[in-house]
Write a protein that binds this ligand. Structure first.
Ligand SMILES: *Cc1c(COP(=O)(O)O)cnc(C)c1O
Length: 482
């Protein structure tokens, strides 16, 4: 059995049979509302262990499906459960799961036009619309990436290269980093995403290049501290080249003051990148979009569609205010993206990407945007933001809980605090979280702030109701006093 979908009827039947059986098995897995069946790491290891996953003779489709149904499907995390709210990791909208099926069936690769003709044109069109949505003008451009980390890394590479070219008059792309490059400094809040340090490392600048700016009591970058750190570095002979504003911090959803940071970046000839991996979804809500205003002033923006936009992993993009700057990543190969293609009107998207073979993720955005429209999207986003507001108010009015900041997006960080001291509260909150996972199938987040352990609800799922949040609060109280 070769099993490819072709124009032959028996192949089509086989395709429909296998995909149909998988679809039914997946749906049957959702037998209760829990997010997780509960096994511990050890139990899982036992359940999945096989003497060989490469038998001498294959066991065929039916048995393979049986094994998958027995060992894997029941133990997968059900991200669409309203009991799942641990991370910026959401459920997948059903139309985007359908898109995934088109994506993998046709298996287009976005590097060159001849591997993805209509897919290339769709990605170009989706990117154009995204640029308008974020109020960039027609000079802007963008590309889909594997995730927010790669979008950030792409922005940092381009920022570094453009700064070296324009200001230092040094072609780092050809020559590599020199002594002067080791003095380059980028500024980002102390609670920004760790892809900043990872990128600095990969770029050969090292963690030393990342200057962590303290945050204020609302977990936003402290602007005065940013100013003085830049001045201090300049005096020491370091070279500030980039500021990253976080639009929705991973833990708190706090949003840095983009307008104020933009002024500072401008004054110092620095690139200004917006890491909106989390907060980009806010743009879909007329009611709340003002919270991320100023994003259009940034030189580049990271968007994630697999977070607030609740689409399957992976789906992310990087937008550049001036699309020409993608030239930093362009390199021609005779076997792939010939210069003459461009002249003849064939777009090879690999010219803008650090990936080569790349998925047709833009289809998910294209289908879902059209299906739901601005109005449908606003409802999704508003619900998740208003749930966070509600839960925050509930906790605030209950003396058994301490809640950190008022949510700007959809995350609430809090702890059960009716304990004799902080250390006891740390233990109790950790125990509550474990018990929620293994005894109740409820998966929530945990983090640390000011050396204290907190619990976290990341309310991406618009199916979560206020009643559900009330029940969860009661359950946490009950578990805390056990
Ligand atoms: C999640 C996140 C990232 C990383 O995005 P991935 O898609 O997980 O690679 C970057 N920045 C912020 C603020 C995030 O929340």
């Amino acid at each position: 059995m070769t099993s490819f979908l072709t124009n032959i009827q028996s192949d089509k039947d086989e395709y429909k049979k296998i995909i149909g059986e998988v679809t039914s098995s997946i749906a049957d897995t959702f037998a209760d509302e829990r997010a997780y069946a509960g096994p511990t790491p050890e139990e899982l290891k036992k359940i999945i262990h096989q003497d060989s996953i490469l038998p001498e003779k294959g066991i065929g489709w039916e048995k393979t499906l049986e094994l998958t149904k027995e060992k894997i499907l029941p133990n997968l995390l059900r991200t669409s459960s309203t009991d799942y709210m641990a991370h910026l990791h959401g459920p997948s909208l059903v139309e985007t799961i359908a898109a995934e099926s088109i994506i993998s069936t046709f298996n287009q690769s976005m590097d060159s036009w001849d591997q993805s003709p209509v897919a290339t044109e769709i990605e170009v069109e989706v990117i154009e619309h995204l640029c308008r949505l974020f109020r960039y003008d027609e000079k802007a451009d963008g590309v889909f990436t594997s995730g927010g980390s790669q979008s950030n890394q792409t922005a940092i590479i381009i920022a570094r290269d453009m700064f070296c070219n324009d200001i230092l008059k040094y072609d780092v792309k050809k020559i590599g980093i020199n002594e002067k490059c080791l003095k380059l400094r980028m500024y980002t809040s102390e609670i920004s995403h760790f892809s900043m340090e990872k990128s600095a490392h990969i770029l050969g600048l090292g963690y030393q290049a990342v200057v962590k700016v303290p945050v204020d009591s609302n977990k936003r970058m402290d602007i005065d501290a940013l100013k003085s750190l830049i001045e201090k570095d300049k005096k020491m002979g370091n070279i500030p080249f980039l500021v990253v504003g976080t639009v929705g911090t991973t833990d708190f959803g706090s949003i840095d003051s983009l307008k104020k940071i933009s002024e500072i970046a401008c004054k110092n000839n620095m690139w200004f990148h917006a890491d909106a991996a989390y907060g980009s979804g806010v743009i879909m809500s007329d009611k709340y979009a003002a919270r991320i205003s100023g994003i259009e002033m940034c030189d580049s923006i990271t968007l994630d569609f697999h977070k607030m936009f609740v689409m399957p992993i992976s789906c992310s993009a990087i937008l550049l205010k001036n699309g020409k700057n993608f030239s930093a990543l362009t390199i021609h190969a005779d076997y792939l993206n010939r210069k003459e293609d461009e002249e003849d009107g064939y777009t090879n998207l690999v010219d803008k990407s650090i990936q080569t073979t790349r998925r047709f993720d833009a289809l998910k955005v294209w289908m879902s945007f059209q299906m739901r429209g601005k109005d449908g999207w606003a409802k999704l986003i508003n619900t998740s933001m208003e749930n966070a507001q509600y839960f925050y108010k509930m906790l605030k009015s209950d003396s058994d809980f301490e809640v950190l900041t008022e949510p700007e997006i959809s995350s609430v960080v809090f702890r059960y605090s009716n304990c004799k001291d902080d250390k006891t509260a740390d233990r109790v909150n950790k125990r509550v979280r474990r018990s929620l996972i293994h005894d109740n199938g409820i998966v929530i987040g945990q983090t640390v702030s000011d050396e204290k352990t907190y619990l976290k609800f990341t309310l991406l799922n618009p199916l979560i109701t206020q009643k559900k949040l009330d029940q969860l609060k009661d359950l946490i109280k009950k578990l805390a006093v056990l």
